[in-house]
Design a protein around this ligand. Structure first.
Ligand SMILES: NC(=O)C1=CN([C@@H]2O[C@H](COP(=O)(O)OP(=O)(O)OC[C@H]3O[C@@H](n4cnc5c(N)ncnc54)[C@H](O)[C@@H]3O)[C@@H](O)[C@H]2O)C=CC1
Ligand SMILES: O=C(CO)COP(=O)(O)O
Length: 329
């Protein structure tokens, strides 16, 4: 069984290191030729994961044809580029494990639909959960949802190649739920960062996490996700992690917005990806299409367009009172 990782940002690099930790040979695709060189000669990735000291059994390439020949491929590009990168491959491995967290702008498609369209012969799985790359690369314990479109047969085939003593996947067959958890929590993490940047306190943050989670459940229900998937690692687990720490790029982006920095400047200066900023607009569109109220997601969208944070928060608090468990509204 040969295995590789598509995308050498922080998460792709950490996943490569985690898989390589038992001596497995891992092929890591980076789009930057100088990064390929750096990984192969210095075993580091100073741009995206400066804390990492990579195993020598990780080899990097910038040739997509090398990746096509593998049996299992972890796909870890930013969500908005996944379709383009997969399309550029001459063929596709039998198992594609999608690790990116987002929804395709324009089409509104989840990543498993994007991948299935480009690689109809592959079986799709989704790996998602509370996993900061710098902790995983350091070998600290983490657990994830590994949702297998190919069911238990696919799980039996791929789980041994992902599970390591400090990295614990849990089986699910709910690919949609696993994806929705990761995509929606990124937007909610921006909102929690805003609360932090505005010094609105920990009560407000807890309220936002709980009400944001209600939005995630509502959206998940409309898209056919199982609610129990969203109570798990890829939903609530990841929401709690990213809504509580400046290690999250999404949370940090929100914090800067709350502190009054300009959204356009913040986005144009970025080298790393804050997926929530790309997911928020498309999520607002999808929520409208499904007739679902997602006021926190909409507030994040407004902030990213440049609305005043104080005004947006006032608007959220001034909404009509309602039942906590009401299905919509
Ligand atoms: N960093 C983390 O702790 C975690 C990240 N993720 C997810 O993994 C995915 C990748 O994020 P990171 O590895 O953190 O990225 P990153 O922010 O560390 O690096 C940016 C990546 O984007 C790539 N890129 C830029 N322009 C591109 C283009 N036109 N085509 C293809 N690739 C391009 C860069 O080569 C680089 O690999 C995201 O969906 C993120 O939500 C998931 C779990 C944890
Ligand atoms: O998804 C993540 C942790 O599970 C990483 O979050 P950020 O992309 O906000 O840094």
């Amino acid at each position: 069984m040969t295995i590789g990782v598509l995308g050498a940002g922080a998460w792709g690099t950490a996943l490569a290191q985690m898989v390589a930790s038992d001596g497995t040979e891992v092929l890591l695709w980076a789009r930057e030729a100088d990064l390929v060189d750096e990984i192969n000669t210095r075993h580091s990735n100073d741009t995206y994961l400066p804390t990492a000291s990579l195993a020598p059994n990780i080899r990097a390439t910038d040739d997509l044809a090398d990746m096509a020949k593998l049996d299992v491929l972890l796909v870890v590009t930013p969500a908005q580029h996944m379709g383009t990168v997969l399309k550029a491959m001459p063929s596709h491995p039998r198992d594609l494990i999608l690790c990116s967290k987002g929804i395709e702008a324009g089409s509104g498609r989840l990543m498993n639909h994007v991948a299935k369209d480009v690689a109809p012969g592959s079986e799709i799985a989704v790996l998602s959960g509370p996993t900061f790359a710098h902790e995983v690369v350091a070998g600290l314990p983490a657990a994830v949802t590994l949702a297998c479109g190919g069911g238990e047969t696919q799980w039996d085939r791929i789980a041994p190649h992902i599970a390591r003593p400090t990295f614990r996947p849990y089986y699910s067959d709910d690919v949609t739920g696993a994806e929705i958890g990761g995509a929606v929590k990124n937007v909610l993490a921006i909102a929690c960062g805003v609360v932090d940047g505005l010094n609105l306190g920990q009560n407000a943050r807890a309220a936002l996490i709980a009400r944001g989670y209600a939005e995630m459940l509502r959206f998940g229900e409309a898209k056919g996700a199982k609610p129990e998937t969203l109570t798990g690692l890829c939903g609530l687990g990841d929401l709690v992690l990213t809504c509580s720490s400046t290690s999250s790029r999404n949370f940090s982006l929100g914090k800067a917005l709350g502190e009054g920095q300009d959204a356009k400047v913040l986005m144009s200066d970025r080298k790393t990806v804050a997926e929530g900023a790309h997911t928020a607009p498309v999520l607002v569109e999808l929520a409208a299409r499904h007739g679902i109220a997602m006021p926190i997601v909409t507030a994040v969208y407004d902030l990213l367009k440049g609305d005043d944070p104080g005004k947006v928060v006032k608007g959220i608090l001034a909404r009509p009172l309602k039942a906590e468990q009401e299905a919509a509204g």
